[in-house]
Ligand binder design. Structure first.
Ligand code: PLP
Length: 363
């Protein structure tokens, strides 16, 4: 495309491959890791009630939402910053701490918003190879240079579904120079029930260069409202509050988010549902002879590699499922072209996917 006469964006922008979300025109939508049970009924009710005050600007400080989050997770509300999804928080962190010539480091199969954010400020995304689809601390540390400004680690990671235990996160942090900001993206933290896992809050409280990001889009199932948050050292919270939009989170998002985070019973039901059907689905799909990578999240990677010719084609399988109105996520943009990522949905949805995969393999 010629740019000779028109406005030209800054270097790096045209190197961005625009983020393509999961498809959403289908009856069974398992391409975007949205909570299987939908939003908490209490969140829906709060959202409906917000309609009467849509003419008012929201509270720019998101104070009530930050306080509800702080109560629920035992955190300091003063160090929470809310954003329009954790995507906004990720972009703001990169914008505030990196620029042209700087490097943003993340692991091989890390979330695609990290390189997109890096390129949009003219910084260079740098990846560190993983081992067994899992982030590798040595590999990450060996790629830190004097130009590294941020290290992003999704824990657990999307799309691999794997995680690093607390001891590994601590080792990663200990190996980083103090000027590097470690961002732990814990979008799937609420699905976890492992003793050796931390979402990262204690590290944030102990060190000036660790941030934890969270979202309401996954287990809380409020993706449409765009609510994310960061738990930060005070100086980082101050920086984010300077660069964010003054009214970046809407009133509807505030009230629905508060209701969702306070509905602990619904959250626990969602977590148990996920565990039960993730394990069931994994067993069934392995029973069909496909590889399913072990996952601690609300999605699994199904790998078609090694199937007989024609049945080893993940894209053909995706199209076959789509023909049955089942949407799952393609993985070429993550460098995993032999895999499909399948979100854990309702019981009926998971049974439909198993039936469809069986038909694909037998057809
Ligand atoms: C879904 C996801 C996010 C983004 O969530 P939003 O809050 O909806 O922007 C961030 N990080 C990871 C790893 C995700 O999978």
């Amino acid at each position: 495309m010629s740019q000779s006469n028109g406005p030209v964006p800054r270097p790096g922008i045209l190197d961005i491959a625009a983020y393509v979300g999961g498809e959403h025109h289908g009856t069974i939508r398992l391409a975007s890791n949205e909570g299987a049970l939908g939003p908490s009924p209490r969140a829906m009710e709060a959202y409906a009630q917000a309609a009467a005050t849509l003419h008012r600007y929201p509270d720019g400080a998101s104070a009530a939402l930050r306080e509800a989050i702080a109560r629920r997770f035992g955190l300091d509300a003063g160090r929470i910053v809310c954003g329009a999804g954790s995507d906004e928080i990720i972009s703001l962190l990169i914008r505030a701490y990196a620029g042209p010539g700087d490097e943003v480091l993340y692991s091989q199969y890390g979330f695609l918003m990290y390189p997109i954010g890096a390129r949009s400020v003219g910084a260079t995304p740098v990846t560190a190879p993983e081992t067994d689809l899992t982030a590798d601390v040595e590999s990450l540390l060996s790629r830190v240079t004097p130009r590294t400004k941020l290290v992003f680690l999704a824990n657990p990671n999307n799309p691999t579904g794997t995680y690093l235990p607390t001891s590994e996160i601590e080792r990663l942090h200990a190996g980083l120079p103090p000027h590097v900001l470690l961002v732990i993206d814990a979008a799937y933290a609420e699905y976890m029930n492992r003793n050796d896992y931390t979402a990262g809050a204690e590290l944030v409280e102990r060190f000036p260069n660790v941030v934890m990001t969270r979202t309401f889009s996954k287990i809380f199932a409020l993706g449409s409202l765009r609510i994310g948050w960061a738990y930060c050292p005070a100086a980082v919270a101050d920086v984010l509050n300077r660069v964010r939009g003054p009214f970046n989170v809407s009133t509807a998002a505030h009230v629905a988010g508060i209701a969702a985070v306070e509905d602990t019973e619904f959250l626990e039901r969602s977590r148990q549902h996920n565990e039960q059907w993730r394990e069931w689905f994994t067993r069934q799909v392995r029973g069909l002879g496909l590889t399913v990578h072990p996952s601690v999240t609300n999605f699994v990677l199904v790998d078609f590699q090694g199937q007989k010719p024609g049945k080893d084609d993940a894209e053909a399988a995706r199209q076959f499922l789509k023909g049955r109105s089942i949407l799952v996520r393609q993985m070429p943009s993550y460098g995993l072209p032999s895999c499909l990522r399948v979100t854990i949905g309702t019981e009926a949805e998971m049974r439909a996917v198993v039936d469809a995969l069986k038909a694909f393999l037998e057809g």
